[in-house]
Design a protein around this ligand. Structure first.
Ligand code: PMV
Length: 312
């Protein structure tokens, strides 16, 4: 029998991280790289953890795997993981891992790995990794589309509502890594304390981000990349106002803008460092130049028509 193979895409949040935790909308899209999971018949249901993971990550992966495996009746399969993404870089590696693993487990259990079933099982794993995240990561990975996402607690177990955003023009970003990243728990926790102390002030800022996201969704659907880029720039200003940025992130944001980005901001948790995205109509020369200068980066198309011969 052929081995089971499944892919879970990494993600970037285009706009709306952090405020998404408080019920405001966000836009997120899948990366072309992620995590590949392979399943081979085995005497029990086991996970072969990646060698690149540290001890704490391995423990968490085993716990998350056991939780998902129990829910599908522990099919006799050994799952191996191949991460193509840097772990803990704010690019959704844990959600990608959860989605790829869930797809293999569902197939091994004789169930169809539909986006809905995949997202449901991946969510169980994500809770082991993150506690209670907004759900935007695993939903984007399971849907594999650019989505407008809003957190809601549904009786079905779904964590949020997602609607695909189609673009008549390619929406492509350069993802650049800037410095060491802060743990998501830390930045989310610190923001929670500030907003609990000054609720009205922070609510106003979250509301502003929410409106930008709505504007940006319209811009995507109209193919208005300039409008989308401007919304991203203003979102970065508000993320800074929320106390989530740092010199390393700001430097990279301004660097990408000086290279012609239509918009640039950090993506994900923020804090001391992490991933920064720039919206470019021609990302390849930017990646080449940054790479020459020693910046770890890559390009990814999140939505829109693809050039012929492109790998989706
Ligand atoms: O950096 P990441 O991928 O962990 O992104 C976190 C995104 C937040 O909005 C900050 C948290 C969440 O649960 O959505």
């Amino acid at each position: 029998k052929n081995p089971l193979v499944a892919f879970g895409a990494g993600k970037v949040i285009l706009l709306g991280e952090h405020s998404v935790v408080y019920g405001y909308p966000a836009i997120a899209g899948p990366l072309s790289i992620g995590v590949v999971a392979r399943g081979v018949p085995s005497r029990s249901c086991v996970l072969d953890v990646p060698v690149t993971a540290d001890a704490a990550q391995k423990r968490m992966m085993r716990k998350a795997f056991a939780r998902a495996a129990r829910l599908v009746g522990e099919p006799k399969v050994k799952v191996t993981l191949e991460p193509q993404l840097p772990l803990s870089a704010g690019l959704g590696s844990s959600a990608a891992l959860a989605v790829a693993t869930s797809r293999v487990l569902l197939q091994a259990a004789g169930q169809a790995p539909t986006p809905k079933e995949t997202a449901r099982l991946a969510w169980e794993m994500e809770q082991e990794f993150h506690g209670t995240p907004s759900g935007v990561d695993h939903t984007t990975s399971a849907e594999e589309k650019l989505i407008l996402y809003r957190r809601v607690q549904a009786p079905s177990g779904a964590t949020g509502r997602a609607r695909e955003l189609k673009s008549p023009r390619p929406v492509s970003v350069v993802v650049a890594l800037a410095g060491a990243r802060s743990p998501t728990k830390l930045t989310v926790g610190a923001l929670r304390e500030r907003q609990a102390r000054w609720p009205e002030r922070y609510k106003r800022l979250f509301g502003q981000v929410g409106r930008l996201v709505t504007d940006a969704a319209k811009a995507v659907e109209a193919g208005d990349l300039e409008g989308l880029g401007d919304a991203m720039n203003v979102n970065q200003g508000l993320l800074n106002a929320l106390g989530l940025s740092s010199p390393a992130l700001e430097d990279m944001v301004f660097r990408l803008r000086s290279m012609g980005a239509l918009g640039a901001k950090f993506t994900g948790a923020g804090g001391d460092g992490g991933a920064v995205i720039g919206l470019f109509s021609e990302p390849e020369p930017v990646v080449a130049r940054l790479t020459r200068d020693g910046v770890r980066c890559f390009a990814s198309q999140l939505a829109g028509p693809r050039a012929q011969g492109d790998i989706p």
